[in-house]
Design a protein around this ligand. Sequence first.
Ligand SMILES: Nc1ncnc2c1ncn2[C@@H]1O[C@H](COP(=O)(O)OP(=O)(O)OP(=O)(O)O)[C@@H](O)[C@H]1O
Ligand SMILES: [Mg+2]
Length: 262
Amino acid sequence: MVAPILELKNVNKSFGPIEVLIDISLQVKAGEVLCLLGDNGAGKSTLIKIMSGVYIPTTGEILMDGNPVFLGSPRQASERGIATVHQFGGTFPLMSIGRGFFVGVEPTKGWGPFKVYDRKKANEIAVKAVRDFGITRIDDGDRLVGGLSGGERQSLAIARAVHFGARVLILDEPTAALGVKQASHVLRIVNEAKRRGLAVVFITHQVMHAMAVGDHFAVIIRGAIAADFKKGERTREEITDLMAGGETMAALEAEISANAIL
Ligand SMILES: Nc1ncnc2c1ncn2[C@@H]1O[C@H](COP(=O)(O)OP(=O)(O)OP(=O)(O)O)[C@@H](O)[C@H]1O
Ligand SMILES: [Mg+2]
């Protein structure tokens, strides 16, 4: 049995007296997509902040490849191969694709040419990395990141993480602000990252997007895992119900059937 790349064991997180996460245990393996579902304020972002070194759990353990690790900062997480892609794909709208691709990557060991920024080389590498992910509409590394569509920006951020050796890819609502076509583009790229053996943690409100890529699902309600299941074990309606805590949808259905009788 191969140990999961990333595992959380009995993780709790409190801010003062407020318990935001309660006894969270989950794992994600190489070549797998774990979807975290849950309503607003459920604790999803707090959970990924724990996975990416922004917050330290109050109690509980984080393991990588079966060994306990301490993720004391985003830098420590990223050095261990955990890459987090935030909504809108990062924050360098005024940079060129080539520049943005290499931002924050220290020009040490093996990055000789980048000690003096080599624009042509950087553009070549960046454009190739995104094209390898099937985004063939990007062919000029001098274009500004801000001029790309939302989906292209997300895709660029994912390609960048993979290029620099990420093993765990955390995506916080990457498709939330996208139209149907752009979202399906990002979902395709998530599948490609998975095919390349990354462990992907995918946060979304949209059940359809989760179902399109997920192997494992965890529904978080008020800081705790309310349901945990594999692909194919639940229908779309069941997942939607779970996310709403069962109550809202049942009430809505009752209302609809009451109206139908009238
Ligand atoms: N630093 C903090 N101090 C106190 N409470 C916090 C802190 N950060 C988050 N919370 C609370 O924890 C709960 C979970 O927040 P979180 O941002 O993780 O939710 P979420 O599932 O990502 O929601 P959304 O879908 O709206 O993004 C919320 O009630 C929030 O107010
Ligand atoms: Mg959030």
